[in-house]
Ligand binder design. Sequence first.
Ligand code: MSP
Length: 509
Amino acid sequence: MIAKLYSDYVKSDSRSFESDKQFITAPIYYVNGSPHLGHLYTSVAVDILHRFALLFGESFFSIGTDEHGQKVEQSAQRNKCETQDYVDSMYIEFYKLMNAANIKYDAFVRTSSKKHKDNVLNFWDKLCKKGDVYEGAYSGWYSTRDEQFYSEDEVSDGANGKIAKISNSPVEWLEEKCMFFKLSKYQNILLDYYKKNKDIIKPSSRYNETIGMLEAGIPDLAVTRSRFSWGVSCGEGQVIYVWVDALSNYITAMENNVDYWINDMIHIIGKDILKFHAIYWPALLLSADYALPKRIYAHGWWTVNKEKMSKSLGNVIDPFEILNKYGIDQLRYCIMKEMSFGQDGDFDHERIKNRINTELANVIGNLTQRILSFVWKEYEETLEINSIDENDYELLKCWDECLENSYSAMKEQQIHVYLEEVRKAAAKTNQYVDGAAPWKCDDANKRRILSVGIECIKRMALILSPVMPEMSKKILNILGCEINIDSWFKSINYRKLDKPSPLFSRIIG
Ligand code: MSP
């Protein structure tokens, strides 16, 4: 065994990560129904990407509620409420979900707020001044559920009338006088732009889908409605189309710092709202003279028993219930690990339980508990890491690789790849402890092995802090470390450890 000094290893291996900045957005949620697993998933994904970026640099995270439009107005009527009272009460449910899931946003935009409505009018004014808005009349198939028009070939006959092929939502024939946005003017500009910048829309299947839509041609967009009034009025009995209203929430969120954040915009969305973010929004941004998003990442959909979640099937997963049942950190980890970010996945309670028991309780929890309680029981101070041998060195290098690989994966929003990197490094550390068997060693070797173990646990807690913030805080508090990437190579402040308590309980039954 070749002995090395830990301080030499740190000197030769510490690396610097570019300090970046990002403005990352979650979609704003319709308030016509209670939050479900899909809303939880998008929010947690963005929260993780945001907290991860904060370890290295600056990040600003916006989220909110989409409170206008006919769909919301109709829900309020069904509930026999004033629309504003209805949206106020539904907003609370989403607000509560953010707290329940430990979502650390910087801005929460409600589209019925005065601040947002003023912003929409300001944005609208820019489109009009550009000469991109004109008066016309529209006739076509409209789906209130999807809040969009469909063309003749996008609808088919359903059991109770026409439906949109893509969503199975009922559609009705609608004719109205309205204002149009010159969307078609931006078709070739966007097509050129995306062909030159192939990595803006991800994953690549969504990029291809966008190119396909642009190549098929995009007609001008009806951007006002007169059949209802719940929205931002732009005069003459017209309200601004709910998607123009909703998309501009991203500008509202930036408040007075638009210039600072606009070049670093990353939108995380579900695949169903790709067209709005990859075509409508960039065209609107170009018209209003703003920069285009740096990244639009569309994730997949959760199904339950391979079926779409829906109220009528009674298979909607209540996010509060599962957070309560499995624990906040545990569920955040599991839903992100369950499916590759970008693909669809099926929600299954057995698989969640299994993952908690095997990956969290058996690997991460067990490793932490055995090292920390060993040190706590046997030593009056934590153990200073000093000379290390070849195996120790390799293990520490494996964590450095884990950091590098996680960093690259997260630059590409590959959350599941990053989580697997960490799981692998944790499993290796568990094997190392089993192999080194500190309980059988003399004091000098015991101190060396445990000090390396503590160093690995610190790193594991740091790198998992975006996903499991409470668990990480618990470990890092015991070790007296701050949650930022400098702590990775910084020695721990040595003192007697606080008594550790188990991180995760196994789920039985
Ligand atoms: N209000 C619009 C977004 C406006 S953004 C300017 C909207 N709202 S939504 O409440 O219907 O959906 C919000 C997000 O939840 C979307 O990204 C959507 O893809 C996501 N999900 C809704 N159901 C989902 C699943 N079953 N699975 C995963 N995510 C899904 O669209």
